[in-house]
Design a protein around this ligand. Structure first.
Ligand SMILES: Cc1cc2nc3c(=O)[nH]c(=O)nc-3n(C[C@H](O)[C@H](O)[C@H](O)COP(=O)(O)OP(=O)(O)OC[C@H]3O[C@@H](n4cnc5c(N)ncnc54)[C@H](O)[C@@H]3O)c2cc1C
Length: 446
């Protein structure tokens, strides 16, 4: 009998993974627990159900990293993009879809594929005799499977909440105000970017945090007991005006070179990716609405013109520590028959999840037939996202991430235009490199 690939979870990632493995000639069994067991967010038994917004975000491949990811996935034969394009709704420059038509099209394509069998069942852990498995069970992975993953990978390896601190682009931080220094000059002495606040600035900032509009926890989110350890900054601020100044904004061990003195309070940013283009605001997880975050964080000296690759949040989300656990082909290092894909790997969003599903499917099918598929180059959106979760991000502070241009390697200095032209140049480089990778992968498969 031909070897099978078992895919657990028929969401955005699992559907895309199933499609690619089947298209590459492998036999696929797709295990989806709905409708036998429901999640707190899905409402139908359709595959690739969109649980909230119906938008795949910007479709502008030259200026937006998620638009570029769309284009790369189209070129790679994505089922999710094909169904999305076929059920597109008017939404300006965004790709918004008719959610029912979209999900039905994906379900139909997978049901009709001769290499795919769909089983409606919950998987507590993949059977030992399954030699190739992709786990794509998403942010609402059923508890038994989540516990099994944690038991096999270690207590610290699986999170049930993402406590996302905002991440700023390094080149948008004003370094004539901020400075590099580690507290008490530890490490190499200059690991952090520090933004100083005087007393009046600090008090105004606390008042803005308290007055800022917040998003509420959903009822089922607030019953999950995993977030006490990382309180939102506005909750800390509400406990007392000085709480943050003795917590994440404490100024001890730091000297502002402009004044020669310790500032009243400080906001620290820590490097977030190996490239050094993204910096996260330490301890700044928040439930403030996104517009409010941008407005309030730009009150911080040095961040007046900051642009953010990611804004803060706190959500129910099951994800593994991919930089520590997975190899560059999404295999669990400790048990390589198992791959992970989708949001559970620490990417964020429908398109990013499907993109990692696409790669997991190609890697698994390539491995099965003995023609190894290499990871796409890190200059592509697919490759940049993959490189971020498997090796670029810091395992100690790993939190989910959308695709963004901060994940891409810089252009060589002689080819580096500024502003939007820089993104365009990166996007053109990405598609040229992607075409090379696709050509190489297809030739290897023949
Ligand atoms: C409330 C909520 C709102 C969101 N809103 C947005 C949004 O507006 N925009 C956006 O881009 N992203 C949003 N997301 C994130 C979104 O869920 C992901 O981007 C995307 O759905 C992830 O794709 P996935 O395939 O990894 O997981 P999913 O699409 O969730 O698919 C996982 C599948 O695995 C199945 N499953 C789980 N456990 C098992 C098991 N043990 N055995 C068998 N099957 C199992 C589930 O039933 C599900 O079908 C939201 C998430 C949540 C929870």
């Amino acid at each position: 009998m031909r070897q099978q690939i078992h895919i657990v979870g028929g969401g955005l990632a699992g559907s895309e993974a199933a499609w690619h493995t089947a298209q590459m000639g492998a036999r696929v069994v797709l295990h989806e627990m709905r409708p036998v067991r429901a999640t707190d967010a899905h409402k139908t038994d359709g595959l690739a159900e969109l649980v909230c917004s119906n938008s795949f975000r910007s479709d502008d491949w030259e200026n937006n990293a998620v638009g570029l990811l769309h284009e790369e996935m189209r070129r790679a034969g994505s089922l999710i993009l094909r169904a999305g394009d076929a059920h597109k709704l008017p939404a300006g420059g965004a790709l918004a879809v008719d959610r029912d038509g979209f999900s039905q099209a994906v379900t139909r394509a997978l049901e009709q594929h001769p290499n795919i069998e769909i089983r409606r069942e919950e998987i507590a852990w993949p059977a030992e005799e399954w030699r190739s498995v992709v786990i794509a069970t998403g942010p609402l992975t059923a508890p038994e499977l989540a516990n099994a993953i944690r038991a096999r990978t270690g207590e610290e390896s699986l999170a049930f909440f993402d406590a996302i601190a905002p991440v700023a682009y390094r080149d948008s931080i004003d370094m004539s105000v901020a400075w590099m220094q580690s507290r008490y000059d530890k490490g190499d002495g200059a690991d952090y970017i520090n933004c100083p606040l005087d007393e009046a600035q600090y008090r105004a900032f606390i008042a803005a945090l308290l007055a800022g509009e917040k998003t509420e926890f959903k009822e089922w989110e607030s019953s999950t007991p995993y977030f006490e350890g990382c309180l939102p900054i506005e909750v800390m601020a509400a406990r007392g005006e000085d709480t943050l100044r003795f917590g994440p904004m404490k100024p001890v061990g730091l000297t502002d070179p402009r004044t020669g003195r310790r500032p009243y309070a400080v906001v620290q940013l820590r490097q977030d990716n190996a490239l050094g283009t993204l910096w996260n605001m330490v301890g700044f997880q928040t439930k403030l609405k996104h517009g409010e975050q941008t407005r309030i964080f730009r009150m911080i000296p040095g961040l007046e013109n900051a642009s953010f690759a990611r804004l803060g949040g706190l959500h129910r989300n099951t994800f593994i520590n991919s930089p520590r656990l997975l190899d560059e082909c999404l295999r669990l290092k400790a048990e390589p028959r198992i791959r992970f894909a989708g949001q559970i790997t620490g990417v964020e969003g429908y398109v990013e999840s499907a993109a990692i599903g696409l790669l997991a499917g190609c890697f698994a099918a390539g491995e099965l037939r003995g023609s190894i598929v290499e990871p796409p180059p890190p200059t592509t959106a697919l490759g940049a996202l993959l490189a971020h979760i498997t090796r670029g991000a810091d395992a100690k502070t790993f939190q989910p991430m959308n695709v963004n241009f901060g994940l891409f390697p810089e252009l060589v200095p002689s080819e580096r235009p500024r502003g939007r032209d820089r993104k365009k140049a990166m996007a053109h480089r990405a598609l040229a490199d992607l075409d090379g990778w696709l050509g190489h992968s297809r030739a290897a498969a023949e």
